[in-house]
Design a protein around this ligand. Structure first.
Ligand code: HEM
Ligand SMILES: *[C@@H]1O[C@H](CO)[C@@H](O)[C@H](O)[C@H]1NC(C)=O
Ligand SMILES: *[C@@H]1O[C@H](CO)[C@@H](O)[C@H](O)[C@H]1NC(C)=O
Length: 318
């Protein structure tokens, strides 16, 4: 019996080891020591020229990690009949891929074939947060790039219409807790939402109410005037919080005032655990930042055990 138990334990350990690739902040210490600063330079240059880059990089990393783990699947181009993630819905907010490509080019010159695109994206997301006035942290590295990207799999992303149980399930399937859910939703302190992402709250919300009653009424009317039901303005929408290029805790303060954008944000107030965390983060920027860093490291460590490689061009498998 003891023998079987030992074998079982061994198998279980092996299985986990293959799922959780050991990441390490010093991973490129000998092979590409300046990786962090080379990526940061590319992000810095781009954010100086375009205020929307930081939000785009943070969302891109989230999107990457939630589909097949953080394996840069979000960066691959469609090829032949295979439609890639980036060409599937909801790709509407994905942009600034050039920032990753520029960093990759610079890295290929000093340490060819060494740094994964998945690591570059994880670093760029951290830099985006830091350059927007948010916290900084050491990014564990050593991810590998996947070979598969399929538009159909973007269905695995949580939708902005999700309620708290759907959100909890989506996060827990990836080893993320309710605290991670609340802290990472704070990513909505940066960036922009198109009308299509929150129209469920402002047009025919329910048979009885056009506008979601949990929205502050004047805020709800404002959203509706930006996004009329027969919206003709291409790319109409609104910023995700009042200071959409500054990484702060305004998102949580606004959420408590009925001024969140997505149903999935509002849903954080419908469960006692998540509601308490929203209040805590609204009250303390420091608590928010501490939790955000912890949860980002967790999210950006989601890996898969598929056949992987180090790409030479982030848009194509080798
Ligand atoms: C909890 C589940 C989540 C849902 C349902 C969700 C949904 C969305 C949606 C629908 C958009 C707007 C797309 C558009 O209309 O253009 C958006 C934007 C964004 N999301 Fe989330 N998101 C979630 C979690 C996260 C996480 C974990 C992060 C990162 C930590 C994040 C960061 C962002 C950022 C930065 C933007 C703005 C993108 C830009 O302006 O380019 N989101 N999200
Ligand atoms: C989003 O997908 C559409 C087709 O579904 C494609 O034309 C467009 O280029 C994609 N956008 C990005 C940013 O990749
Ligand atoms: C969330 O939505 C799902 C699917 O529509 C439903 O089964 C579930 O009961 C809902 N949960 C809550 C807490 O509203």
């Amino acid at each position: 019996m003891a023998g079987i138990a030992t074998v079982m334990m061994f198998i279980t350990t092996l299985h986990l080891a293959s799922l959780v690739r050991a990441l390490n902040v010093n991973y490129y210490e000998n092979t590409c020591p300046h990786v962090d600063s080379i990526v940061a330079a590319s992000v810095h240059k781009a954010t100086m020229n375009d205020k929307t880059v930081a939000a785009a990089l943070l969302r891109m990393h989230f999107h990457d990690c939630f589909i097949r783990g953080c394996d840069a699947s979000v960066l691959l181009e469609s090829k032949g009949k295979t439609i890639a993630e980036k060409d599937g819905p909801p790709n509407i907010s994905l942009h600034a891929f050039y920032v990753i490509d520029n960093a990759k080019k610079a890295l290929e010159e000093v340490c060819p074939g060494v740094v994964s695109c998945a690591d570059i994206l994880a670093l760029a997301a951290r830099d985006a947060v830091t350059l927007s006035g948010g916290p900084t942290w050491d990014v564990p590295k050593g991810r590998k790039d996947g070979r598969i990207s399929m538009a159909t799999e973007t269905r695995q992303l949580p939708a902005p219409t999700f309620n708290i149980s759907q959100l909890q399930q989506s996060f827990s399937q990836r080893g993320l807790s309710l605290e991670d859910l609340v802290a990472l939703s704070g990513g909505h302190t940066l960036g922009f939402a198109h009308c299509s992402s929150f129209q469920n709250r402002i047009h025919r919300f329910s048979p009885k109410q056009d506008i979601d009653p949990s929205l502050n009424p004047s805020f709800g009317s404002r959203l509706r005037s930006i996004c009329p039901s027969h919206n003709k303005v291409k790319n109409a929408g609104t910023s995700l919080d009042s200071s959409s290029t500054l990484f702060d805790n305004a998102y949580y303060k606004l959420l408590l005032q009925g001024e969140s954008i997505f149903s999935s944000d509002q849903a954080l107030l419908t469960h006692p655990t998540t509601k308490a965390l929203v209040s805590k983060f609204a009250y303390s920027q420091e608590e928010f930042e501490r939790a955000f860093v912890k949860s980002m490291i967790k999210m950006s460590s989601i890996t898969n055990d598929g056949q992987q490689q180090i790409r030479l061009d982030c848009k194509f498998v080798r």
